[in-house]
Every structure is written in structure tokens, then in C-alpha cells.
Ligand binder design. Sequence first.
Ligand code: C2E
Ligand code: CA
Ligand code: CA
Length: 306
Amino acid sequence: VGISIYPDDAQSYEELVKAADTAMYQVKEAGKNGYQFYTQTMNDKVTQRMHIENYLRSAIAKDEFFVEYQPKVNIVTKSVYGMEALVRWNHATKGLIRPDEFIGISEETGQILLLGLWVAKQAMLDTKMLHDEGKRVIVSINVSSKQLGDASFVEEICAIADEIGLERGFVELEITETHIMKNVDKALLILNELHKRGFLLSIDDFGTGYSSLNYLKKLPTKTIKIDRSFVLDIDTNSDDRSIVAAIIAMANSLGKDVIAEGSETRAHIEALRSLGCSKVQGYYFSKPLKIEMFKEFVTNFKCDAT
Ligand code: C2E
Ligand code: CA
Ligand code: CA
């Protein structure tokens, strides 16, 4: 049930019903079987969504997307071994729009299929350019659940890598834990196929969902990426420290790699090092960079976290 009130929410019958309708959709989204009063912010959200959805349609054609790369650093070997590709949208009038504002909508509307392939292609082109210059880094690409569920995804991603001439062993696909565990048998099939085709795989945002340890063992994922929320207070909060220690111990015993995202401070790095985590990504070393800046970062890199 959605509820709107005259004359607070609207002046006309049509507007009043529309407001009630908007409120009702919020109830449905929140899991049905409930009621909501209409609020103005609901309307703002709906309008914002509609705008983004409409703009998205033409954004690829208008060349409004670009990709930034955040370095992945090994603090033991003191080297930059990889980078994560993160999409950005430079909208003609709205300016820069963050992925959190449009990835979800593009997933719901299916537009992520096209956008995801565009990002993959751009990221692989940039990586190939780095390889040709002797900088053999791994590129990590975020893959959404919609893409993974698309029957042609495996063939398409293979075709892009082959066309560009980039070794698949340098392409890592990041898939969130929540998605994998939602339908673990189906995910297992697709991930095994991608693994067979030579791609690297990583479980993103690890620790935020419910993992089945039994399946974790079977997944062909090489890397576990510890979610930022556990790293944030790792130097001050003993619970977070214990959780990270447990994830690392589990990864070690399963023969998997770990990387910690959201490593922002020297204290984070030291805490992670003391727990035996050698791979990190975060603002401490660098924000996501345009490819030219990333290249410079790699060239001038000196790891001072000793
Ligand atoms: P994510 O995969 O967890 O990516 C990491 C996010 O954390 C990025 O945000 C990055 O800029 C941010 N970050 C990196 N280091 C730090 C740090 O030290 N502290 C803090 N607080 N944040 C840090 P961004 O670029 O806004 O991306 C947000 C999310 O959007 C990503 O989260 C990912 O889920 C999604 N996304 C981005 N690009 C793509 C894409 O091409 N395809 C898909 N499907 N999703 C994408
Ligand atoms: Ca990611
Ligand atoms: Ca994350």
C-alpha cells in the first residue's frame, strides 16, 4: 500500500494517485507486504533515476565514459603488479557521475551488458599498450552479476582479449562475493569456464556476504579481496583485526591469494603487513588514475612502506 495525503503531497487527483503509486513501488522494492507514506525525496530519487536511465542510452555513443586505474601494490616485493579498471562518466551537463550512481541502474535496465564490454575493451587496450612498453601488469575488471548471467559473456570477453592480443592470464575478473553465493552452482559453472579459458578470477568485497566455506574451496578463484569495511579500522579495532586475520588464514589454507582494498594510511599498511597480507590497494599508494598518470606512477614507484 502506498499512501499520499491531500493537499500536502499534491493538488490534483492525478498527481495524488501518482504520489501514492511512487510510495507503493518503494514498498515493493523493500520486499512487498507493507505500506509507505509518500515523501518528496522519493520523487527526487525517481526523477534522478529516470534522468540517468535516459542519459545512459546515448552515453556510450557520445563517448562520455572513461576508465581510471588504481594501482595494486605488493608491499613485500615492493612493486606495482596490477591495476583495477574503474569506470567514470563525464556527463555533458551534470559533470562527473560516480559509478555508484549509475552501475546499479544500468544493471537493472540491462545497459550494463554494453557498458561492461566497453569498459573491458578499453581496459584491455590500455593494458596492451603498457605491455608493449614493457610494463607487464595485470588488469582487474569488475564484472556485474547481469553480465555473468548473460549467455554470450564468455565468448565476448574472450573475443575482446584475442582481438587486442592481450594474454588472458593478465586479465583478472572481479566478481562480488554476494553474487557468487546467491546462486553458487550456476556461478561455479561460469567461473570454471572462464578459468578454463585462461582468465584470472577474484572474489570482490569479501566478508560482506555469507560465504559457504565448502564452495569457497571449489571455486577456481585465485584471489580473495578483503572488503574495505574491515580495513578502515584495522589499526584500532581488534574485532576487525581478528576478522582480517581469519580471512588471511583461511585464504592461505585454501591456497588463495589475498588483497586488501581501501588501504588508506600508513597504519593500515603496517597492520596488514603484520597480519601477513602482502597485496594492497587504496589511497595510501594512489587514487584511481588516468592511464597516462598510471604509467608515470609505475615508472617512478618507490615503495616507502618498509
Ligand atoms: P569496488 O569494485 O569495490 O571498487 C573500489 C572502490 O573503492 C572504487 O570506487 C575506488 O575508487 C574506491 N577506493 C579505492 N581506494 C580507496 C580507499 O583507500 N578508500 C576509500 N574510501 N575508497 C577507495 P569507485 O570507483 O567509485 O567505484 C565504486 C564501485 O562501482 C566499485 O566498487 C564497483 O563495484 C563499481 N564499478 C566501478 N567500475 C565498474 C565497472 O566497470 N563495472 C562494474 N560492473 N562495476 C564497476
Ligand atoms: Ca572491484
Ligand atoms: Ca569493495
